[in-house]
Design a protein around this ligand. Sequence first.
Ligand SMILES: *[C@@H]1O[C@H](CO)[C@@H](O)[C@H](O)[C@H]1NC(C)=O
Ligand SMILES: *[C@@H]1O[C@H](CO)[C@@H](O)[C@H](O)[C@H]1NC(C)=O
Length: 159
Amino acid sequence: MGSLERLVALLIITMCTSVTMSLAQNVIATPNLDNQNTTVVIYNDLGDDLPLRFHCQSRDVDLGNQHLAAGGSWSFEFKPSASGDTIYACLFGWKLEFHYFRIYRQDRDKESSLHGCTRCEWKIHKDGPCQLNNVTKMIDHCPPWDSSQFSKNNLPLFI
Ligand SMILES: *[C@@H]1O[C@H](CO)[C@@H](O)[C@H](O)[C@H]1NC(C)=O
Ligand SMILES: *[C@@H]1O[C@H](CO)[C@@H](O)[C@H](O)[C@H]1NC(C)=O
């Protein structure tokens, strides 16, 4: 082989190697791309024309103080963690009442679970939050408020 052919052969081998390596990197990176973005929508369904105040945060993200007029809605978007432990906790308030609720818990809300969602819509009632079923459009999932003990210990929130 002349030196030009040798150079061309070396170049081809180098290119093949780098393509193979980048393919291998994509395979390794795939689990992190698995979780699609999730949107949480919060509706003020308190009634009596009451405005709803709330403040939601995760370990890393503070979504700030929010205010919803009667009947209004607000949403936020995030990527659930690969390790499955994403939690967004909120403090909801109206008049002199305050309640904690984990509006997103990956263990409860991941797509594969009973009430799983990628668009998670919650109506806030005085009695507690109710999830709107994406498929049936029924409100059939109304877990109780969280105890303040839980959220205070894990995620301090101030309205
Ligand atoms: C997913 O949500 C994050 C956080 O809000 C945002 O920055 C990103 O653009 C979103 N990605 C897509 C594909 O919508
Ligand atoms: C809910 O509805 C949205 C569109 O509004 C859709 O993209 C999503 O896949 C649906 N399913 C779940 C489980 O969230």
